[in-house]
Write a protein that binds this ligand. Sequence first.
Ligand code: FEO
Length: 170
Amino acid sequence: MISNTMLQALNEQINEELFSAYLYMAMSAYFQDKNLSGFANWMEVQALEEFTHAKKFYDYIVERGGRVALDAIKKPQGEWKSPEDAIAAAYGHEQHISGCINRLMDLALSEKDHASVAMLQWFVTEQVEEEASADAILSKLKMVSGGNGLFYIDRELGKRVFSAPAAKED
Ligand code: FEO
């Protein structure tokens, strides 16, 4: 069993991950509206990944005998000043999520909850990648700022495909 404090914190993280999916869908819609279908595709894949993150927490709670409790998902922002502004917001959001994961890890360590520490380690590693990929797009956008390089970045981001996580073996 996990502690009530840990259970509540994990349930709150499900909400954070589902909000992330919602935010990236809003960003995808923003990019669709700007005829940047590559950026829209990248955001859609990102949203699908976020749903798998939420599901990982969901499955873990069930596995530990806890009760999943879903809360309302807040309304995401829908407009940004520019593609660079939206990607900067995505990068900032990933830094926020890294902070959430770190606080969960601190809690697991303080409770000597080794199973949660092991589960959260995956997310610690994942967040390094999440921040790096948003930051990489942001750096490219800064380089081409105002130029027609945006078209090439859009074409590159259009190649991202969602790969569902491998099914868990029992
Ligand atoms: Fe689930 Fe993008 O962190």
